[in-house]
Design a protein. Sequence first.
Length: 117
Amino acid sequence: MNEATKQQSDPIEDGFIQKPTEAKQGEAWAYNPHFKLGSVFATPQAVSLLGPNIVDLLISHADLEQGELCDDDHRLNKDSVKEGTRILSKFKVDGTSFYVITEWDRSLATVLLPEEY
């Protein structure tokens, strides 16, 4: 982890940042993800199966939701935010599993199916 990363505030340190559960129509809400996704890429098969749901999947990933991860892997993701290592999420949408991977340097996030990994 470089010096600039160490000096940034740690959203995990004080617990998760909660987004509003109900947004009023026409009002924006502040969104503070736990980390930057970087450029977002997805495999053609992931895009064809997810369609616009890909946005929800990316938000869940950036919110560090547990999804289909075991407790140990979920804890590793929390540590990855602090340590500047790769973050891997697994979510199921309409019965199909998807991975979302953000690289260690936060330059790139990729959505793909497990068999494409």
